[in-house]
Design a protein around this ligand. Structure first.
Ligand code: SAH
Ligand code: DHB
Ligand code: MG
Length: 222
């Protein structure tokens, strides 16, 4: 067993449950044409984010790490017409591709992309006294996971769901002595969720077309 069967099963899940939608397929094609790295969530994971957002009746979503906007669009399609995804992206080239994808998907009015270092955008958001977010998806530079989680807490309310991507990293998350900053970021995300008394959390390991990794999922309890 290994990657071959994971990919085949993701294929089956895709066929049976995630039915390829032209809008989302077009995003991946545009990203590929623009030379963006294929580090978006998988279709099955995108649908999981989408369903979680619908399950909690999310209207306001915060995403940290846009890339070409594949996960953004899965999330935006889960919202009512007056819903909003605020998505944060550092790389101007990624942001440009994402904006064009949002237009093409007809979702530009439901997505606000803020370009620049996420920590700067989060500071701005914090000073704007906007409504709290219902769901936060953290998927950017992993060493900043604890900082993003701190901001996610500040911009949340009891009931907000916080999801952090890439917390398993082929199991490298076990390696407490490793120096890989991405793995340290994964470990730090789990530790943050463990230590923050206002969060109740779990993590699920995922396999499939994107290899072996995982999501941490937390509920803000107070
Ligand atoms: N969520 C996307 C994938 C995001 S990949 C999807 O699933 O479709 C991670 C993204 O985070 C990259 O586009 C990268 O440029 C961005 N990023 C890295 N460091 C950042 C920072 N400091 N602030 C904002 N975005 C950052
Ligand atoms: C990487 C980043 C991601 O967000 C991801 O889902 C997979 C890989 C990376 O930087 O390698
Ligand atoms: Mg990711």
């Amino acid at each position: 067993m290994g990657e071959t069967i994971w990919e085949a099963v993701d294929g089956l899940i895709g066929e049976k449950l995630v039915s390829p939608e032209a809008v989302l397929e077009a995003v991946l094609t545009a990203n590929n044409d623009a030379g963006l790295p294929a580090i978006d969530v998988s279709p099955a994971q995108g649908k999981l984010l989408h369903l979680l957002a619908r399950m909690i009746g999310a209207k306001r979503v915060l995403e940290i790490g846009t890339l070409g906007g594949y996960s953004t669009i899965w999330l935006a399609r889960a919202l009512p017409a007056d819903g909003l995804v605020v998505t944060l992206e550092l790389d101007p080239r990624h942001a440009q591709v994402a904006r064009s994808n949002f237009e093409a998907a007809g979702l530009a009015d439901r997505i606000e992309l803020r370009e620049g270092p996420a920590l700067k955008s989060l500071e701005a958001l914090g000073s704007e006294a906007a409504e709290p977010f219902d769901l936060v998806f953290i998927d950017a530079d992993k060493p900043n996971n604890p900082n993003y989680l701190r901001w996610a807490m500040r911009l949340s309310r009891p009931g907000t769901v916080i999801i952090c991507d890439n917390v398993i990293r082929d199991g490298a998350v076990l390696d407490a002595s490793g120096r890989d900053p991405n793995v340290e970021g994964a470990r730090a995300a789990l530790s943050f969720m463990a230590d923050e008394s206002r969060l109740d959390a779990t993590a699920i390991q995922t396999v499939g077309v994107k290899g072996y990794d995982g999501f941490a999922i937390a509920l803000v309890t107070q």
